[in-house]
Design a binder for this molecule. Structure first.
Ligand SMILES: *[C@@H]1O[C@H](CO)[C@@H](O)[C@H](O)[C@H]1NC(C)=O
Ligand SMILES: *[C@@H]1O[C@H](CO)[C@@H](O)[C@H](O)[C@H]1NC(C)=O
Ligand SMILES: *[C@@H]1O[C@H](CO)[C@@H](O)[C@H](O)[C@H]1NC(C)=O
Ligand SMILES: *[C@@H]1O[C@H](CO)[C@@H](O)[C@H](O)[C@H]1NC(C)=O
Length: 310
């Protein structure tokens, strides 16, 4: 197997990768989630309806290249990676083959547009997307590849120092809301957060110790949702779900950090981060568009463009 992979080359790449990353605050970032974090995973899912590899996605990228990001330019995952000293988000796991996979040590992105905490979420609407459980399975296979390469101790250290960034949950709520489900709201949200807790426990058992979690933005204010309100206002019920989701997740994170020694986490409140901009855009002097429910994108007034909806 060693010959097939070209072991010496891989080890050399590892050294180079480690040297390059000397500036970064963590050895690697692993990204999981939905379209708010996807940097091109779904480009590799033939027949998926949740794709963004065509104009005008990426219009503010160099050469206005669509990359698969559901955004005009960099997305939340990219900005987070930049803050940690990386150039941008790690590459989609699916973009790498068995050779290139083992040469890339800055982490991977497993995030897949349309996906959710529940396995069924997005499957009908998108025809194809990767649910969080399967994203974690993909991480698990990377972990076994690293173990084969570096040994269990080095792998454990590497993973425990790496950041796991997760942005997911909106699609589960959209689907529940649209389905006119007979399951009471409280019960639905509780089961959603239990699903989240179980996913996090799986990740923790695989060695994750640094979690960066972002909750759900004011999804009732997505342009696509506001179309359903005669006044053009935000859909209050969706926003209420987003707020309640954050409160429940806060409790779960507190519990997990008490349960697992050495667990560090940060829970970002995407609702609070964006609602002011939506409710009071003029206070921010420039014009903001809500893209994808999370990314607030700045445009000069004179450079006005039509907002996109996902
Ligand atoms: C794997 O990907 C690398 C980089 O894209 C490419 O150069 C190489 O030819 C690929 N190898 C195989 C076996 O497909
Ligand atoms: C990585 O691990 C998975 C699961 O054990 C295995 O199927 C795959 O072949 C491995 N890939 C490489 C490049 O070793
Ligand atoms: C939910 O109810 C609304 C209004 O009664 C209806 O228009 C819509 O088709 C229903 N959706 C589903 C998925 O049943
Ligand atoms: C529609 O928007 C208005 C504000 O413009 C708000 O008061 C109302 O609750 C919204 N309707 C729904 C169904 O959320």
């Amino acid at each position: 197997m060693a010959n097939k992979w070209g072991f010496p080359l891989v080890l050399l790449s590892l050294v180079i990768a480690v040297l390059n990353l000397a500036e970064a605050a963590v050895p690697a970032i692993f990204i999981l989630g939905d379209s708010t974090a996807d940097v091109g995973t779904n480009n590799f899912l033939p027949g998926s309806m949740a794709r963004a590899d065509f104009p005008y996605n990426g219009i503010d990228f160099p050469n206005s290249t669509p990359t698969g990001r559901f955004s005009n330019g960099l997305n939340t995952a990219d900005f987070l990676a930049k803050l940690f000293g990386f150039e941008k988000s790690p590459k989609p796991f699916l973009s790498l083959n068995s050779t290139s996979l083992l040469k890339w040590f800055g982490g991977f992105s497993f995030a897949s547009g349309g996906s959710g905490l529940f396995d069924t979420t997005g499957q009908r609407m998108t025809k194809s997307c990767i649910p969080l459980a399967e994203q974690i399975q993909q991480f698990s296979s990377v972990r076994s590849n690293l173990t084969a390469l570096m040994g269990p101790v080095a792998t454990e250290t590497y993973i425990s120092k790496s950041l796991f960034f997760i942005s997911i949950g909106s699609n589960d709520i959209f689907e529940y809301y649209r389905s006119n489900s007979s399951i009471p709201k409280e019960q639905f949200l509780s089961s959603l957060v239990v699903a989240y807790e179980n996913h996090l426990k799986t990740l923790i058992n695989l060695g994750a110790r640094k979690l960066g979690i972002i909750s759900i933005a004011p999804i009732g204010c997505c342009p696509a949702q506001r179309l359903f309100n005669a006044t053009g206002g935000c859909i209050e019920e969706l926003n209420d779900h987003a707020k309640a989701f954050h409160s429940k997740l806060d409790v779960v994170m507190n519990k997990l950090s008490a349960e697992f020694q050495g667990l560090m986490y940060s829970l970002g409140n995407a609702f609070e981060m964006t609602i002011n901009v939506i409710q009071n855009p003029l206070a921010f002097s420039k014009q903001f568009f809500l893209v994808n429910g999370v990314n607030t994108v700045k445009h000069e007034q004179k450079n006005n463009r039509e907002g996109s909806m996902y």
